[in-house]
Design a protein around this ligand. Structure first.
Ligand code: ADP
Ligand code: ASP
Ligand code: MG
Length: 421
């Protein structure tokens, strides 16, 4: 039986028609290798950002449904153009959006999860020898409503398709040559990793390494999809393989450093210290589908018997979160609700930090030496995150990358323009 390869190309890789021709050539090369090819593409260049900006110009809190109607159009443009480019090069290709295939998601706007992918149409067209081009990032509910998977979600579309089709592997083509020890835009001497485990990559992606959408790594791990991150522009390079590593022992305590500048911190002040308050706050936020990251509850004050509950959220959820908390204020009988957008989360990740004391203290000392104040700390078995001032994030990443010995002698090549961070 022929092998199926899923390839995914991000926004920078399809930013203009020359780049789309380049993508068509990479796709055709895989087809010529004798494989069946399913290609997933994102919207061209900064299209999605531009669509978000237009929506915000018209409405401070646009409806989730209309937002998904709008954002899903970006990918619609790139699939048709790529299919045309492949056809123009003499190969049979057909484009599909999520609705046409049946990329079924839950009924949630802006960060829907995929429930199921119908494969009949895909298999039929592959059997006819066609290269299939699929719109990433979008899905459809049972009721025929359009949804999107969250920013960066095309990676997840690609991995989910690879899982559904039992593909040989999923190749994520992007504007860097693989997964690095940190964002090469921040530290140009970051080292490219040949391999990284699903677990470490998942933590790095959650910590802000946006080279892969966290849910794509989760899905790859769950369905054992071999996942590769590689360059769109140097396609002979093998990039980084994300897989279930089972090395006996890991010698480097830290595999990578990441920063996330798109978080906001909320503090609910003076919450009466009685049972059920945290359940009230986080239960209501969960109902609104708002994900919470770091959480700290202070010790109850002796006289007032109140405490402060601080947590971080995705900055995109700020308005919704504030509205939800304000509606709870009476029930909680709490004080002020504070918002701080000028924060960033800086994390170190590594399976090698398990049972190695001293990693956390090295992190805190390094930040202290840079004069960086830590506002919150959270840990998992293989990750330590510190919340710092947004302006300190780059300095923190560079210092941590240095202290844990992650630099290489080679300067990483990054294509495409700089993101607005
Ligand atoms: P695409 O449009 O192809 O999906 P993204 O911008 O989403 O590309 O992801 C690629 C970017 O991820 C790189 O340009 C790089 O700046 C950033 N990045 C952050 N952390 C890392 C890391 N550890 N390794 C590689 N790239 C990283
Ligand atoms: N176009 C979407 C975004 O910019 C999805 C993606 O690129 O993965 O977030
Ligand atoms: Mg991306």
């Amino acid at each position: 039986m022929r092998k199926i390869i899923v390839q995914k190309f991000g926004g920078t890789s399809v930013a203009d028609t020359d780049k789309i021709k380049n993508v068509a050539a990479t796709v055709i090369k895989e087809k010529k290798n004798g494989n069946d090819v399913v290609v997933v593409v994102s919207a061209m260049g900064h299209t999605t950002d531009y669509l978000v900006k237009m929506a915000k110009d018209l409405s401070p809190v646009p409806s989730g449904r209309e937002m998904d109607m709008l954002l899903s159009t970006g990918e619609g443009v790139s699939i048709a153009l790529l299919a045309m480019a492949i056809q123009a090069a003499g190969y049979d290709a057909i484009s599909f959006n999520a609705m046409q295939i049946g990329i079924m998601t839950e009924n949630v706007h802006s960060k829907a999860r995929i429930i199921d992918i119908k494969t009949e149409k895909l298999k039929k067209n592959l059997a006819e020898g066609k290269i299939i081009v699929v719109a990433g990032f979008q899905g459809v509910t049972e009721d025929g409503e359009i949804t999107t998977l969250g920013r960066g979600g095309s990676d997840t579309s690609a991995v989910a398709l690879a899982a559904a089709l039992n593909a040989e592997r999923c190749d994520i083509y992007t504007d860097v040559e693989g997964v690095y020890t940190t964002d090469p835009r921040i530290v140009p001497t970051a080292s490219r990793l040949d391999e990284i485990s699903y677990e470490e990559m998942l933590e790095l992606a959650h910590a802000g390494a946006n080279v892969l959408h966290p849910r794509s790594v989760e899905t790859a791990k769950q369905f054992n999809v071999p996942l590769r991150v590689r360059s769109s522009f140097k396609t002979d390079n093998t990039g980084t393989l994300i897989l279930g590593v089972d090395k006996m022992e890991i010698y480097k305590p830290v595999a990578g450093v990441a920063s996330d500048l798109s978080q906001a911190r909320i503090v609910v002040c003076d919450v009466p210290d009685i049972p059920g308050q945290a359940a009230r706050i986080f239960g209501k936020l969960a109902e609104e589908n708002i994900s919470v990251d770091m959480i700290i509850q202070s010790y109850a004050r002796k006289v007032s018997h109140t405490n402060d509950i601080a947590f971080t959220i995705d900055a995109a959820d700020t308005d919704k979160t504030m509205a939800t908390l304000n509606s709870l204020k009476k029930e909680l009988n709490c004080g002020e609700i504070q918002l701080n957008n000028e924060i960033a989360k800086v994390s170190i990740v590594g399976a090698g930090m398990i049972d190695r004391p001293g990693i956390a203290s090295t992190m805190f000392e390094t930040l202290a030496k840079q004069g960086i104040n830590i506002k919150m700390i959270s840990t998992s078995e293989i990750k330590i995150s510190c919340l710092v001032e947004k302006d300190d994030a780059k300095k923190a990443v560079k210092a941590l990358h240095d202290v844990f010995g992650l630099n290489s002698d080679i300067t990483a090549e990054v294509k495409g323009d700089l993101p607005d961070v």
